[in-house]
Design a protein around this ligand. Structure first.
Ligand SMILES: NC(=O)c1ccc[n+]([C@@H]2O[C@H](COP(=O)([O-])OP(=O)(O)OC[C@H]3O[C@@H](n4cnc5c(N)ncnc54)[C@H](OP(=O)(O)O)[C@@H]3O)[C@@H](O)[C@H]2O)c1
Length: 262
């Protein structure tokens, strides 16, 4: 299927690894030029070189710590300078520690929200006016199923994710007449480094190995397995594409049936 986005330009945040990198690769496979934003400059350079040579698109490494407004603004400017006007934004940079109410310092959870909650909103504010002027845009927010299913052990992540779902809906209503489609993906348990790192914290708390913890968690999933990065990327690429024309303001779980409701 031709996704109709060859030659478009995208920013993907959190693109040095995990879901963000998989989406950047998926977009590049459709002929989209991509700006990869994250902190690890060496990894970004390596991944951009691989993307450019594999898919024959432009791939721009933009190292930045997206916790600050300045960094978000300068990343958006650099991406535009390197690629041209931005048509597609995928917000995926998030690293909220798994923790209950009292186990995070005030500064730590504010930093985590600055990256994920403020970061997604700020980056959107930077690119939305250009999309409006050109009458075409796609925004995909990678949120998290925990925003719908409160969990004492991932309280700060759940709160930010609930807010980002509301943001996605509100923004969708704001831009509905402008040719811009806005959607969110709620990953369930997806096989990324982050899941191992979060699992380590819960495993330490439970006094078991991370392997045992993940095996136990996986056995409890409806499909008895975690999702792959590719499975999230495929949905994100569709939502970023010209084939997606009337899916708007939705929160799509990519969670293998986890948290299913009607
Ligand atoms: N994996 C899952 O099962 C799952 C489930 C629900 C929701 N999610 C959400 O999906 C998104 C992606 O998760 P993931 O599993 O792909 O995580 P990941 O593998 O840990 O990747 C996170 C990305 O964010 C970047 N990042 C972290 N801190 C940053 C900062 N201060 N400034 C800029 N970039 C930063 C990281 O790169 P650098 O370290 O180089 O900066 C990395 O590229 C997150 O928002 C997460 O909450 C994931």
């Amino acid at each position: 299927m031709d996704m109709g986005i060859k030659g478009r330009n995208a920013i993907v945040t959190g693109a040095s690894r995990g879901i963000g990198l998989a989406i950047a690769q998926g977009l590049a496979a459709e002929g989209v030029n991509v700006a990869l934003v994250a902190r690890n400059s060496a990894v970004l350079d390596k991944e951009c070189a691989a993307i450019a040579s594999t898919y024959g698109v432009q791939a721009a490494a933009i190292p930045a710590d997206l916790k600050s407004l300045d960094a978000v603004q300068s990343s958006a400017v650099k991406a535009t300078e390197k690629l041209g006007p931005i048509d597609i934004l995928v917000n995926s940079a998030g690293a909220i520690p798994a923790s209950s109410l009292s186990s995070l310092e005030d500064e730590t959870f504010h930093d985590a929200w600055s990256l994920k909650l403020s970061g997604y909103i700020r980056m959107t504010r930077e690119i939305i006016s250009g999309m409006r002027e050109r009458g075409w845009g796609r925004i995909v927010n990678i949120v998290g199923l925990g925003g719908k299913n409160p969990s004492a052990g991932h309280l700060y992540g759940g709160v930010a994710n609930a807010a980002l779902m509301n943001f996605t809906g509100a923004l969708a209503l704001d831009v509905a007449k402008d040719g811009i489609l806005v959607n969110a993906i709620n990953p369930g348990m997806i096989e990324s480094e982050r899941i191992i790192e979060m699992g380590q914290k819960w495993a330490d708390d439970a006094g078991i190995s991370v392997e045992d913890l993940l095996a136990k968690q996986t056995a409890g999933l409806p499909m008895r397995r975690m999702g792959s990065l590719q499975e999230v990327s495929d949905v994100a690429v569709f939502l970023s594409s010209e084939r997606c024309t009337y899916v708007h303001g939705t929160i799509i779980p990519v969670a293998g049936g986890m948290g299913t409701t009607i």
